[in-house]
Design a protein around this ligand. Structure first.
Ligand SMILES: [Zn+2]
Length: 196
């Protein structure tokens, strides 16, 4: 017997992986052998992520670390941004100031308009006096806008009411550089949200 697929006496023993179906059809009609001869596709081995391969000896530990990382990520995502906290603190503090001054412009005159805002004597850029109760008073939109160009009116009102010493103290306080972090804003929000 010659061991070749082209001969009718071909032995399949040398092709152990040949499909059973092909094998059968070839046995039935040996002439079809060249066309029908097919080998099964190689099976791709699935890549399994193994924690041991990743350098963790204890798979449970690896799971824990993975979970911790994930939790940290979500927690970080859920933390409110500094700018959103600042906005919230501004709103809460502004509301408190307006209510404290009974929604009446402290520079009350005929020119007042309806919208009341929280006007900063020393501008909001100075963080140390941004949420200072002495520095902020209710101003109508007109006077708050006027204060931007003519701050003397607001200053004069303050000096007349509280004295020049208080004003100088306020100026000194505003000079102190202060950096606000999340906690500081959260403190302001908590303090003025329910303060009456
Ligand atoms: Zn006004």
């Amino acid at each position: 017997m010659v061991d070749s697929p082209l001969t009718k006496e071909f032995e399949f023993v040398s092709f152990p992986k040949l499909h059973e179906e092909v094998k059968k059809s070839v046995l039935d009609d040996p002439d079809k052998i060249v066309k029908k001869l097919k080998f099964p596709k190689p099976v791709k081995e699935k890549k399994v992520r193994n924690y041991r391969d990743m350098g963790f000896n204890n798979p449970t530990m690896a799971n824990k670390r993975k979970l911790a990382r994930k939790a940290h990520k979500t927690l970080k995502k859920r933390l409110p941004s500094i700018s959103s906290l600042k906005r919230k603190a501004d709103n809460v503090f502004s509301k408190w100031i307006r209510e404290r001054d009974n929604n009446i412009c402290v520079l009350k005159s005929e020119k007042c308009i309806l919208t009341i805002q929280a006007g900063h004597l020393i501008k909001r850029g100075k963080m140390n006096t941004r949420y200072d109760e002495e520095n902020v008073h209710a101003l109508c939109m007109y006077h708050n806008y006027l204060d931007f160009h003519e701050p003397q009116h607001y200053i004069a009102w303050f000096v007349k009411k509280y004295g020049s010493d208080k004003y100088l103290e306020l100026v000194e306080r505003s000079k102190q550089i202060r950096q606000f972090k999340r906690g500081n804003f959260i403190y302001i929000i908590a303090r003025y949200e329910n303060k009456t």
